[in-house]
Design a protein around this ligand. Structure first.
Ligand SMILES: Cc1cc2nc3c(=O)[nH]c(=O)nc-3n(C[C@H](O)[C@H](O)[C@H](O)COP(=O)(O)OP(=O)(O)OC[C@H]3O[C@@H](n4cnc5c(N)ncnc54)[C@H](O)[C@@H]3O)c2cc1C
Length: 484
C-alpha cells in the first residue's frame, strides 16, 4: 500500500489547518486516522519516529530487545516505573505500543462488547478490517507447542485450535508477526483509506490543546520537537467549521495531555498553575494494570531464541489469562517464563502530573493487589502456573532441576505474590467512558475534543487488548464518518 506523507519538520505543519488532528500515532491513532482519511484531511502528530526499516521494531528476532535498551527521549520504547515500584514500558514510535509489544492478537468477548454498548455488527466489521491487513496465523515454535500441551495437562479445556475469539480453554491466537517474522504495526494501516489525505508529523510532542476565546471548543494543539534541543512551541489548527482534535496518546499520554491543557481536577491543576478549562475530576482516575506473575521456568539464563506468545489459556469464567514467552535479558541471553494475569482486577489507581514537561512520564500508581480479592486471586493464579510448570511436557523438556522449588501454603503464596507481582503491560484507564468521555468518546464539558485509545477502557478487553484497541480506532472512525 502507498504510505502517507511523513515529515519531521515542524515548519511544514505549523500554522496549517486540518479537518482532524489525531494526537498520537499509536495503536488506536493509526487505525482511526486511516479511517477518517476516507473523507477528511487528517494530521497525525507522533512524538516518536518511523518504525519502517527499524529492525528493533520489525524483526521478530529482536522481539523484546527494544525494552532492554531504552533512553530518556528517543528510544522506541519509553520505560517508566509506577509509584508502586513496578517497571513498565510504553511505545514511542509511529505504531505506538503495537511496535514494541508481543504482537498477540485476540478479540474481546461478546459480553465485553455488549457491556461497552457497542454495535455488534460494526465491531465485527472493524475487527475484520484490521485482521485483513495486519493479522496472521502463527506457525507454532517448539516451545509454544510444549506450553500448549502444558496448558491442556493443567486442565485448561476445551482445546479451541487457532481462534481469534475469546472463549474458555486453550487456543492459538493471531499475531501481527507474519510467517517471515516481520512485525506489522498499526502504522501499516495508514496505507489504507486515502493516504493522500493524511500528513504524519514525527518527532513532535503535543504540549496542550488550544481552545477558542470562550474556552468551550478545541481549535488546535501546541507542540514541540521531541528530541529536545529546542523548547520552541508551534501551533496547528483544525478547520474552523468542522474540525476536531482527537487524543490517541495512550493510557498515560491522553490523561497527561488533558491535564496539561486544563481539563482535570481543579486542585491538581492549581498545584501546577494550569488555568482550568473544565474541572473534570475523573481525569487520571480509574487507572488500572492487570497484576501478573511470571514463573521463570529456567533457573539460569539461556541462549534460547526469543519467543513472543502464540498460545493462551483462558481459565473458567475468564478469570486468568496464561501465556508463555522467551525474553532477552541482555544482548546474548534469554529467560523463559510462564506468566498469567488477573483479567479483571478490582484495585484501581491514579495518574497525576509530575511536572509540566510533556516529554516526561506522568506519575502513575496502580495499587497492585491492594484489594483483598486481587491478592486471593493471585494465590490461585500461582497454583495454576505451577501446574503448567510441573506438567509432564514442560518438565520433560526442561527438567525439574532447572526450575525453582514450588511455593505452597497460604502465607507463602501471599508473600510470593506481593514480592513478584509485575505488569502484563495491559494498563488502561485515565479517560474512562462514562466519566471523562461520553458514549461518543467526546470529552465532557468541551466541544470538538475526543479521546480514542486504551485510556477509555474501564476493563482490559480480551486476553490481550491490542486487537480491541485497533478495532476501536476503526469503529470510532466509521461512527464519525457516518455522523456528517
Ligand atoms: C511491552 C508490551 C507488550 C505488550 N504485549 C501485548 C500483546 O502481545 N498483545 C496485546 O494485545 N497487547 C499487548 N500489549 C498492550 C497493547 O500493546 C496496548 O494496550 C496498546 O497498544 C495500547 O494502544 P493505545 O493506542 O492506547 O496506545 P499506544 O499504542 O501506546 O499509542 C500512544 C501513542 O501516542 C504517542 N504519544 C504519547 N504522548 C504524546 C504526545 N504528547 N505527543 C505526541 N504523541 C504522543 C506515543 O508515542 C504512542 O505512539 C503490550 C504492551 C506493551 C507495552
Amino acid at each position: 500500500a502507498q504510505m502517507p506523507y511523513m515529515t519531521t519538520d515542524p515548519k511544514e505543519v505549523s500554522g496549517k489547518s486540518f479537518d482532524y488532528i489525531v494526537v498520537g500515532g499509536g495503536t488506536a491513532g493509526c487505525s482511526l486516522a486511516a479511517t477518517l482519511s476516507e473523507k477528511y484531511s487528517v494530521l497525525v502528530i507522533e512524538r516518536g519516529g518511523s518504525p519502517f526499516g527499524d529492525p528493533l521494531v520489525e524483526d521478530k528476532k529482536y522481539y523484546g530487545y527494544s525494552l532492554i535498551n531504552t533512553d530518556e527521549y528517543s528510544s522506541v520504547a519509553q520505560s517508566f516505573t509506577s509509584v508502586d515500584g513496578i517497571k513498565n514500558h510504553r511505545g514511542r514510535v509511529l505504531g505506538g505500543s503495537s511496535a514494541i509489544n508481543g504482537g498477540f492478537y485476540s478479540r474481546a468477548s461478546d459480553e465485553f462488547v455488549k457491556k461497552a454498548g457497542w454495535d455488534k455488527d460494526l465491531v465485527q466489521e472493524s475487527y475484520k478490517w484490521v485482521e485483513s491487513k495486519v493479522v496472521f496465523m502463527p506457525e507454532l515454535t517448539r516451545w509454544q507447542s510444549i506450553v500448549q500441551f502444558g496448558f491442556l495437562e493443567a486442565g485448561f479445556y476445551p482445546y479451541n485450535g487457532y481462534s481469534l475469539e475469546h472463549t474458555q480453554g486453550t487456543k492459538i491466537g493471531g499475531s501481527i508477526f507474519d510467517q517471515c517474522g516481520k512485525r506489522h504495526t498499526s502504522a501499516d494501516l495508514l496505507g489504507y483509506g486515502k493516504p493522500n489525505c493524511i500528513t504524519v508529523l514525527l518527532n513532535a510532542t503535543v504540549k496542550s490543546i488550544i481552545f477558542d476565546a470562550n474556552k468551550t471548543r478545541a481549535v488546535g494543539v501546541r507542540f514541540m520537537e521531541s528530541d529536545g534541543n529546542s523548547s520552541k512551541s508551534y501551533k496547528v489548527h483544525v478547520e474552523q467549521h468542522r474540525g476536531e482534535v482527537i487524543l490517541a496518546a495512550g493510557a498515560l499520554g491522553s490523561p497527561q495531555i488533558l491535564l496539561l491543557s486544563g481539563i482535570g481536577p481543579e486542585n491538581h491543576l492549581n498545584d501546577f498553575d494550569i488555568p482550568v478549562i473544565v474541572n473534570l475530576k475523573e481525569v487520571g482516575k480509574q487507572m488500572s494494570d492487570n497484576p501478573a506473575i511470571s514463573l521463570l521456568v529456567d533457573r539460569f539464563s539461556q541462549n534460547l531464541t526469543v519467543d513472543p506468545p502464540q498460545v493462551v489459556a483462558i481459565t473458567e469464567g475468564f478469570k486468568f489469562i496464561l501465556q508463555s514467552l522467551v525474553l532477552p535479558t541482555n544482548i546474548t541471553t534469554t529467560r523463559t517464563a510462564i506468566s498469567a494475569k488477573i483479567a479483571f482486577p478490582k484495585s484501581k489507581g491514579r495518574l497525576k502530573l509530575n511536572n509540566t514537561n510533556p516529554r516526561e512520564n506522568p506519575s502513575v500508581t496502580f495499587n497492585y493487589l491492594e484489594n483483598k480479592a486481587d491478592l486471593d486471586a493471585c494465590q490461585e493464579m500461582v497454583l495454576h502456573l505451577q501446574h503448567v510448570a510441573r506438567s509432564k511436557t514442560v518438565t520433560f523438556f526442561l527438567g525439574t532441576q532447572a526450575q525453582d522449588k514450588l511455593v505452597a501454603g497460604d502465607e507463602e503464596l501471599k508473600k510470593f505474590c506481593i514480592k513478584n507481582v509485575r505488569t502484563y503491560y495491559h494498563y488502561h484507564g485515565g479517560c474512562v467512558v462514562g466519566s471523562v468521555v461520553n458514549e461518543e468518546y467526546k470529552v465532557n464539558g468541551v466541544k470538538r475534543l475526543r479521546v480514542v485509545d486504551g485510556s477509555t477502557f474501564e476493563e482490559s478487553p480480551g486476553t490481550n487488548p491490542m486487537a480491541t484497541v485497533l478495532m476501536l480506532g476503526r469503529y470510532q472512525g466509521i461512527k464519525i464518518l457516518k455522523e456528517h
